[in-house]
Write a protein that binds this ligand. Structure first.
Ligand SMILES: [Zn+2]
Length: 322
């Protein structure tokens, strides 16, 4: 991803946090259990917050990083794709394979889409990228590429076999998020641009109630940015979910505007939030360097982000019945 601008403005931060603490948010928090206990049974979303297995997530990221560099066309990427297929075997898995024209020539890229049914036509998309930097040969991307790929595998474990009602949940692993040379509108986010265009053309984008993007969420020093490009009500809902789990301290201490895989979907009219920590090491020194290794990550960070994502899905699912 790319930071469009960094506006560390106390005014903005205050305004943002002030907004999320409005009485209407509190009303929504209070009304969720009431709705669940109403005379009409709501057997859909879980009544209580759910938790991921963060140790297993750490194991996934270690196994993924062990493949080495995972740029498009690399042996590590082929191994990772075989690994993802094996982990998702038996699921309703779609492979969205396409040719991308890049400054380094044509590449065959693949987005994975793992679909878990609900009972309505609505869809919640949870997504992240699984490619790593192309140009940098010594880059293994434990956090940048690895953490999102691993958390999505863990989320698949959470949704698999569950009898959910409410919106369907689709997990998407994007290929080709990274620029081949230098980040521009045309040299970046190949997978998400391809899928957003496809879903806009076939009408799927209208069914998507919310898209939750995770990126660089494994940093042991976790501080999720408030992305000014994201949809305000959905950013607020993520913050409400964090509050329900007493995780607010990890969220929105900094206001930024991030160019990432959510942008093509925002352009297609889909509500999106980018859950990203773009402050990796002191002054972001590990970002896009050979220092992006597994020892910089922690199970606790996966726990926080994974649980907040599940809680956001629960809040979205409850909303569908109000
Ligand atoms: Zn990156």
């Amino acid at each position: 991803m790319h930071k469009v601008l960094l506006a560390v403005s106390m005014v903005l931060i205050t305004a943002t946090l002030g907004c999320t603490a409005t009485p209407s948010t509190k009303t929504a928090e209070a009304s969720a259990p009431v709705a669940a206990a109403a005379s009409e049974p709501v057997p859909d979303a879980p009544l209580k917050p759910q938790h991921i297995d963060s140790r297993r997530t750490m194991q996934y990221v270690k196994e993924i990083v062990a493949f080495g560099r995972r740029a498009p066309g690399s042996p590590g990427m082929a191994k990772q794709q075989a690994y993802i297929r094996a982990k998702l075997k038996g699921d309703n898995l779609e492979e969205d394979t396409f040719k991308a024209t890049t400054p380094d020539g044509q590449f065959q890229l693949t987005n994975f889409i793992d679909k878990f049914p609900g009972t309505t036509n609505d869809v919640i998309v949870i997504c992240g990228h699984y490619d790593t930097l192309y140009a940098q040969k010594d880059f293994v991307g434990a956090n940048d590429g690895g953490s999102s790929a691993a958390l999505l595998l863990e989320l698949a474990d959470q949704f698999r076999g569950k009898n959910r009602t409410g919106p369907a949940v689709w997990l998407v692993w994007f290929d080709g998020e990274e620029a081949f040379q230098k980040w521009t509108d045309t040299d970046s986010t190949y997978g998400s641009r391809h899928l957003a265009a496809k879903w806009q053309q076939d009408g799927t984008s209208k069914r998507i109630k919310a898209l939750l993007l995770v990126d660089m969420i494994g940093d042991s020093d976790l501080n999720i940015d408030h992305d000014a490009n994201s949809t305000a009500w959905l950013s607020d809902l993520v913050y409400q979910a964090a509050g329900n789990l007493s995780h607010k301290a990890y969220f929105y201490g900094r206001n930024t505007a991030i160019d990432d895989d959510h942008i093509p979907f925002l352009h297609a009219g889909v509500p999106c939030v980018d859950i990203i920590d773009l402050d990796y090491g002191y002054n972001n020194v590990y970002w896009h360097t050979a220092q992006d290794t597994v020892d910089k990550l922690s199970a606790n960070s996966f726990q926080v982000v994974g649980d907040v994502v599940l809680e956001t899905v629960r809040l979205l699912s409850n909303r569908a019945h109000q």
